[in-house]
Ligand binder design. Sequence first.
Ligand code: OGA
Ligand code: NI
Length: 314
Amino acid sequence: MVVPARATDSVPVIDIAALESAEALAAIDGACRDWGFFQVTGHGIDDAIIDGLFDAARAFFARPLDEKRRILRDADNPWGFYDEELTKNTRDWKQVFDYGPGDGDRLVPRWPADLPGFRDAVLAWHEACESLAQRLLSAIAANLGAPPGKLNAQFGDDHTSFMRLNFYPKCPPGATADAAFGVNEHSDAGALTILLQDDQAGLEVCRDGEWHLVEPRRDALVINIGDMAQVWSNDRYQAALHRVVTNSDRDRYSSPYFFNPSYDTNYAPLPSCVSETNPARYRPINWREFRTARADGDYADYGAEVQITDYRIE
Ligand code: OGA
Ligand code: NI
């Protein structure tokens, strides 16, 4: 049985129109400590880009399954459609489309045929997220006492961010085992995630052992910090567990942008977050190594998924 979320207290909503202001920075710092999640208004991404993305997602996922499978992602090239993802080794009740830039080698974007406007809508959202993510990273770096630009430098031209369209079809009662999720509980591996969700509730975040609904808001984007920010902060911040519950009434659409550094990045607690009385709690982690180990688990049940706690110094 899935115990439904109790909304006793809710994820903070922060206006970031003046992101560099002391007030906004303090609100973000508090949210990263208390929740690992917040919603942002005043983010500056145009409504037309957001509406265009939802239109593109609805049009794509409405296509017959065999057509979507023509652009199936695989272990060599992870861009494209997928409907068999595992999270924590359970099958998710969802379909996804992943887009990331080509790298002139293994990675090649896959696009559905005959879907006018889809590519432009995806690229517009991807580009808007990239600049917002850089701004949010600067704010988080400032809050953690990192020298200006130092963390952003790891997110240069060869950063490994990508975006996903999620489609959670309505789930008729009895269609799956009753513990089924749209996405089982997990934390995101990278630095931070920007998430656009439609007006169908489903995303929940865990705080102090209780699940809280992340209320859909038309005017806001959901931001959550990933494992990497938890490591930088030496556990001052928590990459919160979150999940998506199914519902039997309506389909749900969302689009996360996962902000990830270049593969060569090694990350560890920042010097400003470590002291004699608070020594580093993690060994340095190489992003390529961590990301590769995690991605393998998306395709097959290889036992316990790799976690940053595997890098914890006892
Ligand atoms: C994810 C995720 C939440 C959502 O894809 O990592 O947590 O609401 N998605 O789709
Ligand atoms: Ni997630």
